[in-house]
Write a protein that binds this ligand. Sequence first.
Ligand code: ATP
Ligand code: MG
Length: 236
Amino acid sequence: MRVLHKNFVMTLTTTANSLSSAATAPLTLALSKGRIFEQTVPLLRAAGITVSEDPDTSRKLILSTSRSDVRVIVVRASDVPTYVQYGAADFGVAGGDVLMEHGMTGLYVPIDLGIAKCRLSVAVMAGFDYAYAVRQGARLRVATKYVATAREHFANKGVYVDLIKLYGSMELAPLVGLADAIVDLVSSGSTLRANQLIEVEEIAAISARLVVNQAALKLKRAQLSPILDAFAVAAQ
Ligand code: ATP
Ligand code: MG
């Protein structure tokens, strides 16, 4: 009861603070380094916004832009939804893979930006008969960074899996006997080929989405709307 009360007061205080500062507060955009940043630059340009520095060469995590009321924060790709959900960033750009894994709670996802396109797929070692294993009702060991998404995919197919959480280099897992299969992003397929893996099932087509904090959309609509509109037009 005491804890509930404390949280309630904190919520009220936070809301009051964001209300009073809504008119003057800068808009914060969460981006990850690399392909998401690079492919978002042209969309920002369409909205009249230039980022002051390239996060791949700068060590700064907060970057100013050509607009004094817009700043960019540089976060891990998989952390973008978290920053936006909690309102530490008003909006951000996140891969569909990251959003599926994280969930959409507290997020408004208005625009498919059509950038950073790839697919989320199941891959196995060449020679492993995946279709046969599935037909036999075999229990598969699957290594992935996308544990929640993979669990749902295989549950929907009625395939029993033991999921092994990895943070990178998923392609290695089948080669050294850690897993029968991996669930990972594929674009050209060259990484899979280089490691004698074959793609056996596509789980989802992936592209990056604009994500907006639901409260910011209401409180900062005047600042946000023109930027969202410009993104929507540029993304077509
Ligand atoms: P981190 O390095 O912090 O673990 P990451 O590897 O997910 O993050 P990126 O490789 O920049 O970071 O990927 C960011 C997003 O770009 C992914 O979430 C996905 O949506 C997309 N993406 C990843 N790999 C590819 C690819 N090969 N081709 C196209 N888009 C991709
Ligand atoms: Mg990567």
